[in-house]
Write a protein of this length. Structure first.
Length: 133
């Protein structure tokens, strides 16, 4: 048990109030960074939803019979999730890929979800810089 920690009612460890305040003051800058970043979300629901999809896919992938089948499943999961992030219908996107297989083979990058003029027409915009300004 860490110095200044006490056992909670349910067996977990908790910091004493003075230790908690010291921790808060010591880590104030990184804990409040999102407040200084315009447009930063107050929650991480987007990340939680993305992780939920990956975890569900991991559970489902236990039943693939071959490694190649698992790779194909991963590919489809990635394409479907990318379409959803771009507000596009995954079924329509995959249907368009099948209908235009010859053109797709010549220029696959032009058919990525989010490319202008294709079934997924609106690219995802990320405006939060990695470092605070």
């Amino acid at each position: 048990m860490a110095a200044g920690a006490v056992r909670g009612e349910k067996g977990g460890t908790q910091l004493r109030p003075g230790e908690a305040i010291t921790y808060l003051l010591k880590h104030w800058e990184p804990l409040t960074l999102f407040l200084r970043q315009p447009g930063a979300p107050l929650d991480n629901n987007v990340c939680e939803r993305a992780l939920k999809k990956a975890i569900l896919h991991r559970k489902n992938s236990l039943f693939y019979k071959t490694g190649n089948g698992a790779r194909v499943g991963d590919l489809y999961m990635s394409l479907i999730h990318t379409c959803e992030l771009n507000d596009a219908n995954p079924f329509e996107y995959l249907t368009e890929l099948q209908k235009n297989a010859a053109e797709l083979a010549q220029n696959p990058a032009a058919w990525m979800p989010g490319t202008t003029g294709r079934p997924c027409s609106r690219p995802v915009q990320v405006s939060i810089p990695l470092k605070p300004q």
